[in-house]
Design a protein. Structure first.
Length: 274
């Protein structure tokens, strides 16, 4: 029997990258999926975000695994919209057991048009968006009376302070990714009585559009020393793949990790122990 048979998992940022990989891995493990993504660009973010077509690719890939899926184009900054997504998904799929709060942006540019707006955008998406996602989902998980698992995507930048790359967006990203560790620990305490486990995963650089985009390329060209901050400990590992993170997410979501809560789990090729 698959590890997540009969479960339903909500995943934000699910249209591409890590979010899509998480959706497919949890579906392979037997879960039905609620896939959420903004499917639009954010003005303060210097690279293009996922599209409706990307989200539809995720939908079709999950269906090909013979799992049910509900997809919605929603901004995690919109608390009311997130509550509506959960309500509609539970009405269709019958329950909610797992949350993967994964949506995020990384506006790494030396010269943002509006530094204050850039800071606020990354805090709003990467920190407040995680809070909104969990707040929307918890009542449905509690109502199921079967416990659950919440996994938050943090970053190596949530454990170390040397990944700002001297940018406003980098400071905001680092602050938000540290912030979700605090959220994780607070929710782990608050939700333990309902047997809901809460953990964070902390990847190093992942081979997705968040890293592989022109803005990051320009930044590294302008300041080659910034690239040294991205070097991992394990030899020959410049970046990891989204599926490497998904393996950890699937484990944390499963009963194999039934006694694991309040943990900040690096998936980082040794980056954070350098």
């Amino acid at each position: 029997m698959a590890k997540l048979e009969g479960k339903v998992a909500l995943i934000t940022g699910a249209a591409r990258g890590q979010g899509r990989a998480h959706a497919l891995r949890l579906a392979q493990e037997g879960a039905d999926i609620v896939a959420v993504d903004i499917c639009a660009d954010i003005a303060e973010n210097p690279y293009s975000l996922a599209t409706a077509a990307d989200l539809e690719e995720t939908v079709q890939a999950v269906k090909a695994l013979d799992r049910r899926i509900v997809a919605a184009q929603v901004d995690v900054r919109d608390a009311a919209a997130m509550e509506a997504v959960v309500r509609d998904a539970v009405a269709e799929l019958g329950r909610l057991d797992i949350v993967v709060a994964n949506a995020g942006i990384s506006p790494l540019t030396k010269t943002p048009e509006d530094p204050v707006a850039t800071w606020q955008a990354v805090i709003d998406v990467n920190l407040t968006g995680v809070f909104n996602t969990i707040q929307a989902a918890v009542p449905a998980i509690v109502a199921g009376s079967a416990g659950g698992s919440i996994v938050i995507t943090s970053s190596a930048a949530g454990l170390k302070g040397n990944l700002t790359m001297k940018t406003i967006g980098g400071f905001g990203y680092t602050a938000a990714k540290h912030g979700v560790v605090g959220l994780m620990r607070a929710f782990a305490n608050d939700l333990a009585e309902h047997s809901i486990r809460v953990n964070t995963v902390h990847p190093c650089g992942v081979n997705t559009a968040m890293v592989n985009n022109p803005a990051v390329g320009e930044l590294l060209q302008s300041d080659p020393s910034a690239g040294m901050a991205l070097v991992n400990l394990l030899p020959g590992v410049a970046m990891i793949e989204p599926e490497d993170v998904s393996a950890a997410v699937a484990w944390l979501a499963s009963d194999e990790a039934r006694y694991v809560t309040g943990v900040a789990l690096p998936v980082d090729a040794g980056f954070t122990v350098k």
